[in-house]
Design a protein. Sequence first.
Length: 203
Amino acid sequence: MNPNRCLMIFAGIIFTLIGFTPGFCDDTMVRAKIGIQIGSDEKLLFAKSRDRLRSGDMLRIFVLPEKAAFIYVIYSDKKDVALLKKAEPSSQKSTLVLPSINEYFEIDGNSETELFTIVCSPVEIYEIADFLSSEKSYEKWVALENDLIEKSKLDLTQKSDTPFSIAGNVRRATKSDQSYLTKLQIFSGNLLVIKKYEFKIKK
């Protein structure tokens, strides 16, 4: 028998015994609690990935990575693309709140669609920096966004929704905001986490 073939068979047996799947392991899994809080008619709601909002509605973005990570928050209206925030990894686990714990973004109704993409990565994503330093067309951003989504796809046989602690620093959070943070949904990805929200605006 070919020695190389014997080695491959032996390696396959070892991977099976230790439960290792080539190309994916827990070390590459990235997780983060992400959510958008919507203020509408004096009510605070959890945003879905696709929602319909009205002019005058307010929103606030929360991002809490499980481990230290670069955080990118990108906004688009299907015409222009802008980086709302790039946060560097911190030695202390803390929640990124945009625009702040005391403020909201307000929907002005000037666009038919408002899109927010949140990316968490343990390493800097230079493709985003390269994109932002060039002509920021919506079509180029969609292409990059789709590439990141493909890159982040997990092996669906892996369980990734177990809770993790949010103990850490929440910047000037009130009790009500802390209660909201405990209910944030956990999102997982391979190498990075990416979460997109698309809001249709009713004037």
